[in-house]
Ligand binder design. Sequence first.
Ligand code: AKB
Length: 336
Amino acid sequence: MSEKVALITGACGEIGQALVQELAGQGTHRIVTMDLAPLAVSLGSLSSEHIQGDLLGKVKYLYDLDIDVIYHLAAFLSSKAELMPEEAHHVNVDGTLQLLQLAAYKSEKNARAVRFFFPSSIAVYGFSALAEKQAAGRVSEDKWTHPHTMYGCNKIACESLGVYYSRFLGQRQFDAHPPHMLDFRALRFPGLVSAFTVPSGGTSDYGPEMLHAAARGEPYACFVRQDARIPFMAMPDAIKSIGGLMSAPREKLTQSVYNVSSFSLSAGEFRERTLKDFPDAQITFVPNPRRQGIVDSWPEDVDDAGARADWGWQPDYAVDRFFDEYLVANIRKRYA
Ligand code: AKB
């Protein structure tokens, strides 16, 4: 195995756990993981080194590694960030800035662009009225980018910083011999749903929470209205989209930031699909005004034509296959 390092921050999160397994299976890089938490025992053997602790205090240790690619997943999600906005900004933006500085330094020093993956979100979009959201339907990357949450502000700031570090750092693109700059690539994820992990701190969490509660046989009070609609995606498709974007030749990419979508569901439809497989599930709707407000500010769906055109994005799990083949079977196994 190459000594070139694939660094995964936030490795203990939902995307992180799935990505560690995927990259370990590929065997192209030495995997170094980072998180506040210890790595799950089941993943321990897949990471050659787990750096546990506060990201901002640990970045200095990464300068000794032969970093080839960074998957920067560590972040406060939307609901948690609203409880502590300044801390969220510090981790979400200052943490990303420090890793971009590391990738920029390594790219120039090794004369080889470090690829930098950043998970952005539908939270970069912002609607002020339901009628506006419904009229907009599937939004494209250049419209409605007025986030209403600290998390959304952080995501759009990090997108801009990533583009800056990969194309305009110090305006050195005008130098006679511009330095190698990092290769920044981002995806604006919808709500992600895993059959194997449960979300925490997000606002799209009501979808997976509803299913996991039903599978455990526990009642669930959904914190948004039945008509609340946002896009969702199965975790395997999220991992597929990261692989698709990160393996695409740079010259094929006409953007640095891409929407990716799979299906759009209302909370009421989520309940109906859940009851189909768990008929005894007790699911009620008890909207939380603040979290409802966040979901109302997010789009019903996103337009991912750019991703499909530039790097052949195509989800594997539309809504029926998502429930029937991915979620219900695996979630039953998890709680059996
Ligand atoms: C959240 O709910 O905060 C995230 C997201 C949609 O980015 N899952």
